[in-house]
Write a protein that binds this ligand. Structure first.
Ligand code: ATP
Ligand code: MG
Length: 399
């Protein structure tokens, strides 16, 4: 029998969820904890982070996601994490405040010392957690920029009794020395019974026992592989009609739908500085000034393909009262940066809630954008996205 389901849609993972529960409980009780959730691609790290978020009742949650195309942008990840807390910046001692503000482009100055930025981030998290226990969730930490990884590593090692939980997910084999030595929760494939149950949930027709066992064995219980692999097989193959199928390459599995920065590093920095300044202005309630900065940031970021940051600028702009229509900038394909990002994730098989969780927007917003994508590409279903989307991003170019 499959293990009890600790949350809707999550099979097995009882002990992993218990570990996370214990961590959260300790943090609610005034302690601090850091944890790296480590595993191969598709094994279910993000799903476990989501479990932690759902289980974090009574806690404030802040998040960041490492983005491969933004790895060269120093402090990009840390800025994502800290952005919602910057209203507390003023409470930090002057040098820490200045270090963070400079790192995030809120003020000009020499590039601050990374050690100092780490301490300042720790100060900011502690300050916020003094009001309410804090859960910091960082997904795809293998793609954090070095500066952010260093700062977060330093934070993780110095957490003591601030009521802060720092939970990071990273792929195995990631080269983040900065996180070395932190407690790890190693995530393996699902147990056989759970793997079979997951497989059964995506196969409508009959499934031959031998084919099923073969898929479970070949995927080693990797949930993403279990969900993807049957797509490459016909109903007849699944029913065992043609003997045992060859496992098709787990196509597109680890494909990363990431826009590439094409301009110089200086330009990327400049765009981020506009974004950071705009965010700060909005929090100072200077909406008109904020709009101006955010518009520049959005257009620059969208043009250079930094979809994640462009989306953030767009959300900030909307929060200043700007309408969504004005903030979309279309690329040559006719899709906005955000539409392209959503369309690629949908093509890669993610559901609307999964896309929403990844991009921090609601499933309804995802649906709305997909609807527009279908219209622009003149298609009527997700399955047609593969053929209709304009060229894949090329290998990352240095920024
Ligand atoms: N325990 C589970 N039960 C059911 N489905 C699961 C489980 N774990 C993961 N999944 C599903 O498997 C897919 C891959 O999981 P997830 O995105 O969490 O993997 P990941 O380890 O974060 O991968 P990546 O390294 O690519 O980020 C998702 O569709 C997720 O919903
Ligand atoms: Mg993930």
């Amino acid at each position: 029998m499959p293990s009890p389901i600790p949350q809707p849609g999550l099979l097995g993972r009882r002990s992993e969820c218990q570990t996370l529960d214990r961590y959260l409980e300790a943090v609610r009780g005034g302690e601090s904890r850091a944890l790296v959730v480590r595993g191969e691609p598709g094994v279910g790290k993000t799903a476990l982070l989501q479990y932690a978020i759902d289980a974090a009742s009574g806690m404030r949650v802040v998040r960041a996601v490492g983005v491969e195309s933004e790895m060269e942008l120093a402090f990009a990840g840390l800025q994502q994490l800290c952005a919602p807390m910057l209203d507390r910046l003023e409470r930090l001692p002057g040098p820490q405040r200045d270090a963070l503000a400079t790192a995030f482009g809120l003020r000009t100055g020499d590039t601050p010392d990374r050690f100092f930025v780490g301490l300042a981030a720790l100060g900011l998290l502690s300050e916020v957690a003094a009001d309410q226990p804090l859960l910091c969730v960082v997904d795809d930490a293998q793609w954090l920029d070095r500066a952010s990884a260093q700062a977060l590593g330093l934070v993780a090692r110095r957490l003591v009794a601030e009521s802060v939980a720092l939970v990071l997910a990273a792929r195995v084999g990631g080269d983040e020395r900065e996180l070395a030595g932190l407690p790890e929760l190693v995530v393996e494939g699902l147990r056989d019974a759970d793997a079979r149950a997951l497989l059964g949930s995506v196969i409508r027709g009959p499934l031959d026992d031998r084919v099923r066992d073969r898929i479970v064995a070949e995927t080693r219980g990797n949930p993403l592989a279990l969900l993807e692999l049957p797509r490459g097989l016909t109903p007849a193959e699944l029913a065992g009609g043609f003997g045992l199928p060859h496992a098709p390459p787990l196509a597109g599995r680890y494909r990363e739908a990431i826009a590439r920065l094409t301009r110089t590093r200086a330009r990327a920095w400049l765009a981020r500085a506009h974004l950071a300044y705009g965010e700060w202005l909005r929090r100072q309630r200077r909406r008109l000034d904020a709009r101006e900065e955010l518009r520049i940031a959005h257009d620059m970021l969208a043009a250079m393909g930094a979809a994640g940051f462009a989306e953030r600028a767009s959300r900030e702009l909307i929060a200043t009262g700007e309408t969504a229509r004005k903030v979309t900038v279309e690329t040559r394909s006719g899709l906005t940066a955000q539409e392209t990002q959503i369309a690629r994730l949908a093509r890669d098989g993610l559901s609307n809630p999964e896309i929403g969780a990844r991009l921090f927007i609601s499933p309804r917003t995802v649906e709305y954008h997909l609807h527009k994508v279908f219209g622009k590409l003149d298609i009527s279903s997700r399955t047609e996205l593969g053929g209709a989307l304009p060229g894949e991003p090329k290998a990352p170019s240095p920024v």
